[in-house]
Design a protein around this ligand. Structure first.
Ligand code: MN
Length: 436
């Protein structure tokens, strides 16, 4: 084999709308909405700088089948740039941007190959001398809902060929439950084709399912929400004379998501809490000095400060103050190292001995044990929560809201209710109120 180098990227989700975020200033919203394009431009720069022989993009180039004109033009711009640098690009479309999506009929540069609705193979060459180095096989989703195992349609590697074989596939391999099961297939199916490298797309978190052959999800190039945390980018892949693969992850994201905890254990004053939060934001900023960080702060632990946090006013004030500072910083010195608090999630408790109360032979003890059983989910039809919610479920809107809650959100609500009830009952006891 001849050595060569390529970029494997997937799930660009260009022009992702970043909807559903409350409290953003106009500058922040604009910056977020530009981030998928910024990541794309960084990928182009990387390709040029690292002198790759070609780029592979494994589906979901666009965020929505109702592709925005802006997304198409920005992609075209990027592809034209790569064309001028004589870097070919191989593209498949996925469930977010299938072939039947209405799109502007733009003429793509000659160096771009978009795979059709049936698997086909093309040969890629090394830019330095035009020597053939790899066979690329891929197919695009004809429609958004591809439910069958399309990997079985991919040709076997021809025994005579000594070229490196790459498969471009947008699929859910081995049934990842966090993503929809489009084009379900197994590692076994992929290995059977005899390829050297499966360039996958669809799962947004980066993972190498296997080496030899390589079965790789590079993840998306730009995180889009709080569930897509951590560095995002692409793989720079080197193949040597022996066909050995070296993968180098390169960050491309302009905005990065963080889901973090701050503990209120031993925290008694608002200033103390504020300092802990600021220290946390500082750490985040230092870990991502080149871009904007979006941070969710989950407040955990037990401390006397919890009562003030429960009131809400202190957190609201702190949130608006931190956001104002972030906005100022962005406008004056730029987005590098800037940190925006996406939200606070209150998961802390008052300074009560929950473990002791749980053992207690009292009304509070009984109530907490009941809540615990609800939390562990072994109540079945006996569920007190389900029973209590029944009248509310008759209201269509409330029913919809409640049914849309994730298991985690349900748990959070129940935990909060449990903490609040314990607190109120204990206060009642202390002030000598009627005991139940
Ligand atoms: Mn995707």
């Amino acid at each position: 084999m001849l050595p060569f180098r390529f970029i494997h990227a997937a799930d660009l989700h260009l022009d992702s709308p970043f909807a559903g975020l409350s409290g953003l200033t106009d500058t922040m919203r604009k910056h977020l909405q530009q981030s998928t394009f910024a990541a794309l431009n960084r990928m182009v720069q990387l390709a040029v700088h690292e002198k790759v022989d070609f780029v592979v993009i494994s589906g979901d180039i666009y965020d929505s089948s109702n592709t925005s004109l802006r997304a198409q033009l920005r992609l075209l711009e990027a592809l034209e740039h790569l064309n001028r640098e004589h870097i070919p690009v191989y593209i498949i479309h996925g469930n977010h941007d299938p072939l039947d999506s209405p799109r502007l009929a733009v003429t793509l540069p000659p160096s771009v190959h978009v795979f059709g609705a049936e698997p086909e193979s093309v040969t890629a060459v090394r830019r330095s001398d035009g020597q053939q180095v790899a066979v690329l096989t891929g197919m695009s989703y004809p429609t958004s809902k591809v439910k069958e195992n399309i990997s079985l349609k991919y040709n076997q590697r021809s025994a005579q060929s000594d070229l490196f074989h790459i498969g471009l596939l947008h699929a859910n391999v081995d049934g990842n439950r966090e993503h929809e099961t489009y084009a379900p297939c197994s590692k076994k199916d992929l290995m059977a084709a005899g390829y050297h490298y499966w360039a996958l797309g669809h799962i947004h978190s980066r993972r190498t399912l296997q080496e030899s052959p390589y079965i790789v999800y590079p993840g998306n190039i730009q995180g889009r929400n709080i569930r897509e945390t951590g560095p995002k980018g692409c793989y720079l892949v080197d193949v040597d004379e022996a066909g050995a693969v070296t993968m180098d992850f390169r960050e491309l994201d302009a905005v990065r998501w963080f889901d973090t905890d701050v503990s209120i254990d031993n925290c008694h004053h608002p200033e103390q809490f504020r300092t802990s939060v600021e220290r946390l934001l500082n750490d985040v900023s230092e870990s991502f000095p080149t871009g904007l960080s979006m941070v969710r702060i989950r407040i955990i632990g037990r401390g006397t400060i919890h009562r003030e946090l429960e009131d809400g006013f202190m957190l609201e004030d702190l949130l608006s103050d931190l956001r104002r500072k972030a906005d100022d910083q962005a406008e004056t010195v730029g987005y590098g190292g800037c940190v925006w608090v996406e939200s606070f999630k209150l998961a802390s408790g008052a300074e009560i001995q929950l473990d002791a109360l749980l053992q207690e032979d009292s009304f509070i003890g009984e109530l907490l044990r009941l809540a615990e059983r609800e939390l562990t989910g072994d109540m079945g039809n006996e569920s007190v929560v389900a029973h209590a919610l029944r009248p509310l479920m008759e209201q269509a809107e409330i029913r919809q809201l409640l049914q849309s809650l994730t298991r985690e959100e349900q748990r959070d609500w129940l935990l909060r209710a449990m903490e609040l009830t314990a607190l109120l009952l204990l206060d009642d006891q202390e002030s000598g109120g009627a005991s139940a």
